[in-house]
Design a protein around this ligand. Structure first.
Ligand code: AMP
Ligand code: ZN
Length: 118
């Protein structure tokens, strides 16, 4: 199910251009348009779900979440980030800093990350 107004649904439909990295049944990995690190990708869920909590309310949520995380690991490895390390992030809700209400996993690498994050 797609949401007409959702920017990531529009990317998935091909209405908005993106730089694709990886495509699977459960999700699509693209380069972030506003990278926060030398490498910054997003693994976007194939179906429109606002966040992880919503995903787990539906059937097969655990399986899809696992697959999205696996895709994030594959993207990081494919980008050559795994020897030095990288960060996977899921922002949830306003306090989590989520700006696009369609589930996605960030993969950031190529620089030293800091903790705590901003
Ligand atoms: P979040 O703030 O966690 O919801 O992350 C949303 C991310 O989507 C941000 O890092 C944005 O830079 C990114 N973004 C927004 N629009 C696009 C787009 N058209 N193509 C690729 N990435 C996008
Ligand atoms: Zn969407």
């Amino acid at each position: 199910m797609k949401d007409q107004t959702c920017i990531f649904c529009r990317i998935l439909k091909g209405e908005i251009a993106s730089r694709k990295i990886l495509e699977e049944m459960e999700g699509v990995a693209i380069h972030d348009v506003n990278p926060q690190a030398p490498f910054h990708a997003l693994v976007i869920s194939r179906n429109h779900v606002p966040d992880m909590a919503a995903l787990f309310e539906g059937d097969g949520g655990e399986q899809i979440a696992g697959k999205l995380m696996k895709m994030a690991v594959n993207v990081a490895q494919q980008a050559g980030l795994s020897p030095e390390g990288y960060r996977m992030v899921v922002n949830s809700g306003d306090n989590g800093g989520q700006t696009v209400g369609h589930l996605h996993v960030h993969v950031l690498g190529g620089r030293q990350m800091v903790w705590p994050p901003g």
